[in-house]
Ligand binder design. Structure first.
Ligand code: SF4
Length: 61
């Protein structure tokens, strides 16, 4: 499965995705959300992060 993609133009840095799936999302030094490198992006925590992003900025291409 390909990594989720974050549309930074709509992200409001609420950090909900980081709270829900800290193994997959992190705030980088520049203050933006990074998607971390994983072998598999199909777990429930990532799905919850995608679903709960208040701006729906996280998608799977
Ligand atoms: S949940 Fe959405 S709006 Fe909030 S930090 Fe993550 S990508 Fe940005």
């Amino acid at each position: 499965m390909t990594p989720p993609v974050i549309d930074m133009s709509c992200c409001v840095l609420c950090e909900i995705c980081v709270d829900l799936a800290p193994h997959a999302f992190k705030i980088n030094d520049a203050g933006y959300v990074d998607v971390l490198s994983l072998d598999d992006y199909s777990d429930e925590d990532i799905y919850e992060a995608v679903k709960n992003c208040p701006r729906h900025c996280i998608t799977f291409e």
